[in-house]
Design a protein. Structure first.
Length: 136
């Protein structure tokens, strides 16, 4: 995984509160970094996350996350978080993420969402309009 694998990046600076006594980012914070980057990805597409219900009549629920650690990030590092849609199934979508410090690849990950009816939370087919917006 390399930066050219992504066309969208969100830059984030590591804050002191996110580091552990070893001075490195505590592992659980990487999921927060993923969430922030995916939120900004949606915003860049013109769909702030809350408007998915209004615009497409569905909500998105996380069903799986994966984090692979290659190297640590430290306090005050500027991180570039790459986001892309890996695949879209009938009711699920996979976001692929990479966290980089300059060209160094620190973290790989994925977040899989299932589209569901906002009230019943039953899986729904991802609409064609959303697929097109996401480039699939």
């Amino acid at each position: 995984m390399q930066p050219p694998d992504f066309s969208f990046f969100h830059r984030l600076r590591v804050r002191w509160a996110e580091t552990d006594p070893q001075g490195i980012v505590f592992n659980g914070h990487y999921l927060t970094y993923f969430d922030v980057a995916i939120t900004e990805y949606w915003r860049a597409l013109g769909i702030p996350y809350p408007s998915t219900v209004e615009r497409f009549g569905l909500d998105l629920f996380v069903v799986k996350t994966t984090v692979e650690y290659h190297a640590p990030a430290h306090y005050d590092d500027e991180l570039d978080i790459g986001v892309r849609v890996g695949r879209i199934g009938n009711s699920s979508m996979q976001f692929v993420l990479g966290i980089f410090r300059d060209e160094a690849h620190l973290i790989s990950g994925e977040v899989i969402y299932v589209a569901a009816h906002p009230q019943t939370r039953q899986p729904q087919t991802i609409p064609q309009a959303m697929r097109q917006l996401l480039g699939h």
